[in-house]
Write a protein that binds this ligand. Sequence first.
Ligand code: PHE
Length: 348
Amino acid sequence: MHEVLRDWDGENALISYDARTQSHLFIAVHSRRLGPAAGGTRLKTYPTPADGLRDATLLARAMTYKMAVAGLPMGGGKSVLAVPGELSPADRLHLLIRHAHNVATLNGSYSTGPDVGTTSLDMDVLHAHTPYAFGRSPARGGSGSSAPDTAVGVFNGIRAAVAHLNGDPALDGVRVFVQGCGAVGEPLVGMLVDAGAVVVVSDVVAERVEMLVRKYGVTSVAPDVLDVDCDVYSPCALGQVISADVVPTLRCRIVAGAANNVLVDHEDGARLQQAGILYAPDFVINAGGAIHLIGYEGLGWDSEQVAAGLVGIGDTLAQIFTTADDQGISTEQAAERVAEARLAAGPS
Ligand code: PHE
């Protein structure tokens, strides 16, 4: 764990161990340069505790960049609850309450929200112990799940990427492979089908795939298949799916999905560029959840303002694609430059 922290450029990390559930609790605050840090709580099993801490630190950094590019007055942070396996409901509740107390000790320098493995109901639990939890259910005064708006942002981003290559954002007949059909992937599939796209899906949960095939008439591939012949590959499951080994096997023209930290390392952005694949940087295209949570709950936006923010994801990507072309750099680099310029300028 020392090495993870040594190799990270963030502000601080809170680390604790819960003996009852044999779980590690991590909160990583990467940067508060543009405002108090925010980022979801991920509840998941990791090979080692250090892997959980590493995920928290790298995801926190991605949140800093996401907020900066989306123009939200927030910094980046993330929580990871690294559990040994499925917890009983009572143990899970115990762990969430312990996490809420950890969040509370940070006095608002970090606010959390839903992420992989947590939902609005979990935010209701956290909020009973700390005010610093976004995304409670509407019945409890929150703005509800951010996942459908994350999907809208990804949909807008896919249209921007298709427009950059085809000169037209129309998705009619465009082949899109959605990998991971959870809270974000499923509504995305619905929007793509409505727009006339030809959709291929995969998911580690077989019942989910069967449901989507029945509901939308889409086709499916096995969860480990990546070399689907398509226009758009949309990773909407976990990150770290694009690596030096994977890039040459891809058979798509665009990579544009909801997962955080899609690239295994920074250079993969350049590898995609060299392979002639247009990459929509993850921290730009998946900002819809942050726009929803921070917009409604932090900034008091109405649904029109949030919708405008989600449209802005497509506009921002269009600019990034053009800048990357003009300057001969990868889209990842172009997006990082936007974030770094905003961070250098400081809060507006
Ligand atoms: N976990 C989501 C994301 O990575 C939503 C979220 C945004 C949660 C901002 C908390 C704060 O974007």
